[in-house]
Design a protein around this ligand. Structure first.
Ligand code: SAM
Length: 350
């Protein structure tokens, strides 16, 4: 292997950080040998903290209504061909019930920015889930809300919040979103969530339109500085009814390489092998874990709505991606030396 790349990876593993120029050199010089070496070091870092446990989260996609118009997203407001749905509270509670029986101890409520899921409705929902499943964590992923709203949900018992920063470069942010959405607002929300005591997740799409290597380094430096408990990254995949329909999808190799880097940047981070990664490669989930990821998020939504939460084309929602197939998932993970844990899978602070 190129000795410069090896020493950059060693330095990253030792210091859990690199300078901007060093990240750039690592990303531009990367090759297969460097990737394998990076993944080895990333797995060692992960195993030192979390052993061979992989945590699972039951993903409940509660609504595909969205007031926003992000250029990349299939459920954007302007996509009039999307078949809209929203789950009722009793349906969401039934998902949790099934999920609990299958061993899930974290429920992730994700959706578009849908006014129906108001501060009070979500507060009631969190209380109802916690009343039935006091030993479970509730993660929210409902976009940008006011600090007061985040605070009410936290008071009601929500433990974690996922809100990808999407890109840490303001100019790039503006090329992915319409006016009215800004990086400043996004970062304000992330800061609020952190101050309110949530375990917070940020993240970005790999290979999103107009993304440069410099932008990726901005993302890595931001992640290091913000120090979230979770980071969600996955390849951008085009959706045919969006302005980015003709843009190329993000690459598998680059996504895996970035997972390895992020594990070494923040060794304790909870890092999912995402659905988007599993969509672009049938072994994407396993490859993500072998690159340093330690979380999987099977779909717990009712089967009849899964095909409607289409953020991008060909999104998978069956097989090992489906919560009811967790035995298949468990077997796949065992085949690569890992174990699906029945646990909340909280961030290990020390
Ligand atoms: N509305 C909430 C929010 O914005 O955080 C949660 C749902 S949003 C659809 C979840 C994530 O999906 C976004 O943060 C984005 O990174 C990802 N996403 C949307 N469109 C995508 C695409 N075409 N390819 C890959 N990921 C996409």
């Amino acid at each position: 292997m190129n000795s410069e790349l090896q020493s950059l990876i060693d330095k990253l593993a030792l210091n859990n950080n690199l300078a901007r120029g060093e990240f750039l050199a690592l990303l531009s010089g990367r090759d297969e040998a460097a990737a394998q070496y990076l993944f080895e070091r990333a797995r060692a870092a992960q195993q030192a903290i979390y052993g061979n446990d992989i945590y699972m989260r039951g993903l409940i996609e509660l609504s595909n209504y969205c007031k926003n118009d992000c250029y990349y997203c299939g459920i954007r407001n302007s996509n009039h061909e999307a078949e809209r749905y929203r789950l009722q509270p009793e349906e969401i509670l039934a998902c949790c019930e099934h999920g609990y029986a299958w061993g899930f101890r974290t429920f992730v409520l994700q959706g578009g920015e849908d006014a129906y899921f108001s501060e009070s409705r979500v507060t009631e929902l969190i209380r109802a889930i916690k009343a039935k499943h006091a030993d479970c964590a509730v993660t929210l992923s409902l976009g940008e809300r006011s600090r007061a709203c985040y605070s009410a949900w936290r008071q009601a018992g929500a433990d974690r919040y996922l809100l990808r920063h999407e890109t840490a470069n303001a100019g790039h942010y503006a090329s992915l979103h319409p006016p009215g959405l800004s990086l400043d607002k996004r970062l304000r929300c992330l800061a609020d969530l952190k101050e309110l005591g949530y375990q917070v997740g940020c993240g970005f799409m790999v290979g999103s339109p107009y993304q440069t290597r410099e932008h990726l380094v901005d993302d890595l430096l931001f992640i290091k500085e913000f120090a979230p408990q979770m980071v969600g990254i996955g390849p951008f995949i085009p959706h045919h009814q969006t302005p980015f329909a003709d843009q190329p999808a993000g690459g598998l190799e680059l996504t895996l390489f970035l997972l390895g880097i992020i594990r070494l940047l923040l060794p304790r981070v909870l890092l999912p092998a995402t659905t988007a990664l599993a969509t672009i490669d049938p072994r994407g989930r396993e490859r993500g874990i072998l690159a340093g990821a330690n979380v999987v998020m099977p779909n717990l939504s009712p089967a009849e709505v899964r095909g409607k939460y289409l953020l991008y084309d060909n999104k998978i929602c069956s097989g090992a991606e489906a919560a009811e197939c967790r035995l298949d998932l468990a077997r796949r993970l065992e085949n690569i030396g890992y174990k699906l844990a029945v646990s909340r899978g909280d961030y290990q602070y020390s």
